[in-house]
Design a protein around this ligand. Sequence first.
Ligand SMILES: Nc1ncnc2c1ncn2[C@@H]1O[C@H](COP(=O)(O)OP(=O)(O)OP(=O)(O)O)[C@@H](O)[C@H]1O
Ligand code: SF4
Ligand SMILES: [Mg+2]
Length: 347
Amino acid sequence: MNKNDVLVRLTGIGKDFDVSPPLLNRLMERQDKVLLKAVDNLSIDIPKGKTFSLVGESGCGKSTVARLTVGLYRPSRGSIVYDAIDMATLKTQAQIEPVRKRMQMIFQDPYASLNPRWRVSDIIAEPIRAHKLISGKSAIDQRVAELLVQVGLAAVDRVKFPHEFSGGQRQRIARALASQPEFLICDEPTSALDVSVQAQILNLMKELQRQFALTYLFISHDLAVVYHISDFVGVMYLGRLVEWSDKRTLFQRPWHPYTRMLLDAIPDIEMSGRQRIPVAGEVPNPIHPPSGCHFHPRCPYANDRCRNEVPAPIQKDESNVACHAVQEQRLPDVAVTGEPADVTTSG
Ligand SMILES: Nc1ncnc2c1ncn2[C@@H]1O[C@H](COP(=O)(O)OP(=O)(O)OP(=O)(O)O)[C@@H](O)[C@H]1O
Ligand code: SF4
Ligand SMILES: [Mg+2]
């Protein structure tokens, strides 16, 4: 990928959380500090104007990547470069502010960060006021009305309270757009919504992306959603990226056994070349992850090397895959037919 096409580059990022027992217990029981590697050595490039999605089971580190990318957490390791600006070099508020304004995060729960005592107009206007983007009440009112219309709500909705109508996620998107960002980090933005609302929101997000040339980091555990919104997809397992590629390649020619396991769980998908492997086993405790390849206890192809050595990513056809069996060419090739149900039509 051309360097100029990349808006966000994450290189070898990691995030450790200290999950040690309280100091006193540790001293009495002579325990060491316990670190949980929520994200481990993850590298991705997010191209301008495109959607890069991260998928994986609960607890694999998706939200942590989102929070690292938007600057809510500092990485324990690695670098985050936003439009050629290394985020670690930004020290003062005056340096950080103009870059932070260019990105916005949309969370899962459509109501959680909407203050119930504020009217919709105040909620949406807040970032405009905070970033001093527009001054004067009537100019701000006009901008709020415009934003409401852009997300498919009515200008008159601005006098309502958030709970008075069902467009919770639309209000959040309007608020996120208020500072005219170019990059949206969307953490499960539709997973709390019912199917028909989810379809509408996904279509709205696609439309806004087209209209404003937005770049998305999109997070979801739902492969059908990911299929319809993404240009690129990365699969995470216990903090590590195990496979990533453009969407078609990932859904048509997956290589990593975990990616194949996730795809096998989709009813409309058939894989030629081998039998269906149901999603088996539990995700292990992330505080004591399995040695070597974290996936080895659940993997039908695991061998001694898998149990001892962390697989490094290699390029395989159009994909990037971290798996010893792929590197050793002992995995059967599969061709996938079918695609996930279209979640952007609401029936
Ligand atoms: N602030 C924190 N302190 C300690 N551990 C944390 C913290 N935040 C996340 N974790 C742990 O880090 C791991 C990754 O969590 P994260 O929320 O990023 O996963 P996720 O993929 O978003 O999961 P979900 O699909 O459930 O939202 C989990 O084991 C989680 O318990
Ligand atoms: S490295 Fe080994 S255990 Fe891990 S996915 Fe590949 S074959 Fe399975
Ligand atoms: Mg999450």
